[in-house]
Structure formats: structure tokens, C-alpha cells
Design a protein around this ligand. Structure first.
Ligand SMILES: Cc1ncc(COP(=O)(O)O)c(C=O)c1O
Length: 454
């Protein structure tokens, strides 16, 4: 099939995810191959994959070592479950993850996606409290504008009203608290910050004995790469300890090198009770997600008279091929010192993005760390004029998609709470790739400025 036929067939038979009808009616790209930090389309054109797929292709495209690990596993044992039995790839991947994870986070329940990981953490938290004689601890606290996934439980935890609205009623007992927008770096004692005090206020309002867990990302994606202020995570940990609440670090994006560390702990210094992960664990070479739980909590659940079993599972959970891929991917990431590369190059990338802010009056803010950034757009920073609703739609639906095509750099326009461009390149991107990325961003910002001129 040529590209015209491929698009027509897709329009008829393939259901696109989070895609507007007019986008699907247009000339959307069809990618056929990946090489390092680049995607190649049907016409042979190379595009810099500046979002690493969807924040996931951390080790880059087209790695033969990972492909070989997958092929070998398919030929050896394509399927066996983790229900009352096990197989080497899941065991070895779980052990490797335990070695890299902070504190006593040593038991991994594998699932198939980030949403399922969040769903699993929710269910573990509820069953854990029930097993410890606290069945009334069912409520969840999470943050405004945070994305935690699309399945009904994960969607309930998500704090983005627009994507929840079509599906109510959702899970009861989920409260959303302010995120850390506007607070970063040294903001003084964290427990005096509004974004921390609001959490304690909600805990007291609901009754601490009814709260099961707090969910938060180390750096929140929704609302644009919100890096928390100093002391924020220790304050979250202290609140959870004070009130007997489980702290869940949703690291579906932030783990496996994105912030320059294997886990969010490298940034926050805090050991959570559960970590959810997905994307970078396989760099997209196979679907996988999981929840890492503190061994003490798993032991307490198993040993309790009401416990004995975590009443949860999935046919594909810890699939041999997906876990063999995870093992190859994470080992390569460790051996090739990829998090160290991100730690070295991330500050330069941030500095270069900040100079683009100085050069373009349509940039209101640049936030992020590691290889994870957001550029927040405005109409004119100098006069303080914000984009109108219509201008924002034009930027997100016309100017940016066209600029991605023109520059050959694919990023993501984001409308969640502001008009933003998200940047999250493969972690193996070298200085040449990063300068090409920055050149593309420079061009896009010029396009935005032309489109919103008075
Ligand atoms: C923090 C976070 N949690 C959960 C999810 C859901 O992951 P998935 O799309 O694999 O279901 C995402 C996806 O982007 C995410 O960023």
C-alpha cells in the first residue's frame, strides 16, 4: 500500500487514540522505521523524535540487542504466566529493578501499561489497608492537572477535568489538591507552602483514617513539567507518615533515566511506598508496566489473616517477551551510563531552552529537568498579553503540526491548563541531535510568533 492507501485504510479501520476527527482526515504521518533518535516515514523522510514516542523510547529506536533479546525469548518460551508459577525473564527483570530501586522497594507486580500500573497501585493500597484492619482507608489524594491514565480507576485519580467529563460517575473519594505550579527551587520551609498545607487540610477535612494513598509524579507532566520546590517530597513523606497514608510515586514517565536517574528518588531523595512505572522500562520495544512495592508492605499483606494473596492479576502481566525486553533495555541503560549522560547534558539543554525564551517573546516560561521540558507559550511576554482561546487553538491545531513537518522535529503541543510545547527526546540523543532539536524549536517559536502577531 502507498501512503494514500495506508491513510485511507486507517481512516476506515483503525481507531486512533486521543485524535480529533479533522486530524485523522488530514495527512497524518505514517512511520515505517526507527533509527536512534529518528523516525522514518513512508516517503523516507527522517523526523527527529523529540518526544521519544510518547515519553518512552528512552534507549532510542532500532536497537538490535533489544530486538535479539525479544526474538530469543519468543523462540524459547513465548508465554507462561506469573499466576502460581514464574519464568526466568520476569524473575530476573524483577530482581534487576529491585537492585536499582530505592529503599526496600523490592517486589514488582508487572502489568502492561501505565494506567494498569496506577490501577494496580490503587488496588494494592486499598487491599493493604483492609488487610491491616483499616478497611475505611479507601480515599485517594492526587494533584490538579496530573495525568495518571485512562482506565476508570486511573482516570479517577487523574486531575484533568476535560478527559474525565465524558465518563462520570468515576470512583468516589478522590480529592485533587493544588500542584506545585509557581513553586520551584528554594521557596522556604516546604511545610509552610500553600501547595503542601492544602494537602494536610484535605487530609483533615476527609478524616486521616479514611485516606489510603497520595499519588504524585516526581515531576508532573500535566500542566508542563512541574519540578517540585525543595523540600516538597520530604514534606509529602512526612504527611503520609504522620497520618498512616501510603505514598505512591507515579513514575510512568519519570523513571528509567528521564530525569537522569533510574527512579524519582534520585531527584526527590524520598523513598515512596510504591512506584508505578511503564514507558522507559522497555523503551517501547514491548508493552510493560508495573508497580514496585516496599517488601515490608507486601509481607504484611501476605501475613495478615485477611490477606494471604494480592487479589489482582492479568494474563499478560510479566509476559516473558516484555520482561526479556525490559531486562535487555534496563541492562543496556545501566551499562551505557545513560542516566549519567542525561545528568551531563540535561542542564545544557535547559540553558539552551532558556536562551530561546530570551530570544522569543512568545515564551512565557521554560520548566523541567533531565531530558523532560515544557515551553509555556503566550502572545507577548513583554506586554503581558496572553493567547486568546482562538489563538491557542490555531497554534495547537495548525501552527505547531505544520512547524513539526517543516522543521522535521516532532514534539507535542499540549493544551492542559496552558498552551505548551513538550520536549522529551530519547535519552541517547547526543549533542548533534540536541542541537538539531533546539534549532527546530527555534524555528517553531518563530512560526508561533508570526501567527499571533497583532
Ligand atoms: C504519570 C503517568 N501515569 C500513567 C500514565 C498512563 O500510562 P499508559 O498510557 O501506559 O496507560 C501516563 C501516560 O502518559 C503517565 O504519564
Amino acid at each position: 500500500m502507498n501512503v494514500t492507501e495506508l491513510r485511507a485504510t486507517a481512516r476506515r479501520h483503525l481507531g486512533p487514540h486521543f485524535t480529533r476527527k479533522d486530524t485523522w482526515a488530514g495527512d497524518f504521518p505514517v512511520f515505517v522505521r526507527g533509527e536512534g533518535s529518528y523516525l522514518i516515514d513512508t516517503e523516507g523522510r527522517r523526523h527527529l523524535d523529540g518526544l521519544a514516542g510518547l515519553f518512552c523510547v528512552n534507549m532510542g529506536h532500532g536497537r538490535e540487542d533489544i530486538a535479539r533479546a525479544a526474538a530469543k525469548q519468543v523462540g524459547t518460551l513465548a508465554y507462561a504466566s506469573n499466576w502460581g508459577s514464574a519464568h526466568p525473564p520476569a524473575i530476573e527483570a524483577a530482581e534487576l529493578i529491585a537492585r536499582l530501586a530505592p529503599g526496600d522497594l523490592g517486589t514488582t507486580f508487572f502489568v502492561n501499561s501505565g494506567s494498569e500500573a496506577v490501577e494496580t497501585a490503587l488496588k494494592f493500597a486499598r487491599q493493604y489497608h483492609r488487610s491491616q484492619g483499616a478497611p475505611e482507608r479507601t480515599k485517594i489524594i492526587s494533584r490538579e492537572m496530573a495525568y495518571h491514565g485512562t482506565t476508570m480507576g486511573a482516570l479517577s485519580v487523574t486531575g484533568l477535568p476535560a478527559i474525565k467529563k465524558p465518563f462520570g460517575p468515576l470512583l468516589p473519594g478522590v480529592r485533587h489538591v493544588p500542584n506545585t505550579l509557581g513553586f520551584t527551587g528554594d521557596c522556604g520551609p516546604a511545610n509552610e507552602l500553600d501547595c503542601v498545607r492544602a494537602i494536610e487540610a484535605v487530609i483533615l477535612e476527609e478524616g486521616p483514617e479514611t485516606i489510603a494513598a497520595v499519588f504524585a509524579e516526581p515531576v508532573q507532566n500535566g500542566r508542563g513539567a512541574l519540578v517540585p520546590p525543595q523540600g516538597y517530597w520530604p514534606a509529602l513523606r512526612a504527611l503520609c507518615d504522620k497520618y498512616g497514608i501510603l505514598l505512591v510515586s507515579d513514575e510512568v514517565i519519570c523513571s528509567f533515566g528521564r530525569l537522569g536517574h533510574f527512579f524519582g528518588h534520585g531527584l526527590t531523595g524520598v523513598v515512596p511506598d510504591l512506584i508505578t512505572f511503564a514507558k522507559g522500562s522497555t523503551s517501547g520495544y514491548a508493552p510493560l508496566g508495573g508497580v514496585i512495592v516496599r517488601e515490608q508492605l507486601v509481607g504484611e499483606l501476605y501475613d495478615s489473616p485477611l490477606g494471604g494473596v494480592f487479589t489482582h492479576g492479568a494474563t499478560w502481566g510479566g509476559h516473558p517477551v516484555a520482561t526479556a525486553v525490559a531486562l535487555a533495555n534496563i541492562s543496556a541503560m545501566r551499562d551505557e551510563k545513560v542516566p549519567e549522560h542525561v545528568l551531563a547534558e540535561g542542564p545544557k539543554l535547559f540553558a539552551a531552552l532558556r536562551s530561546l525564551k530570551d530570544a522569543h517573546r512568545c515564551v512565557k516560561d521554560v520548566r523541567g529537568t533531565g531530558f523532560f521540558y515544557a515551553i509555556e507559550l503566550t502572545a507577548d511576554r513583554d506586554s503581558g498579553r496572553e493567547l486568546t482561546g482562538d489563538e491557542s487553538l490555531t497554534v495547537l491545531r495548525q501552527v505547531l503540526p505544520e512547524a513539526f513537518r517543516r522543521t522535521g522535529v516532532i514534539l507535542r503541543g499540549d493544551d492542559r491548563g496552558a498552551t505548551m510545547i513538550m520536549i522529551s527526546p530519547p535519552l541517547v540523543a547526543d549533542q548533534d541531535v540536541l542541537s538539531e532539536l533546539l534549532h527546530g524549536v527555534d524555528g517553531m517559536l518563530t512560526d508561533v510568533e508570526k501567527a499571533v502577531q497583532p
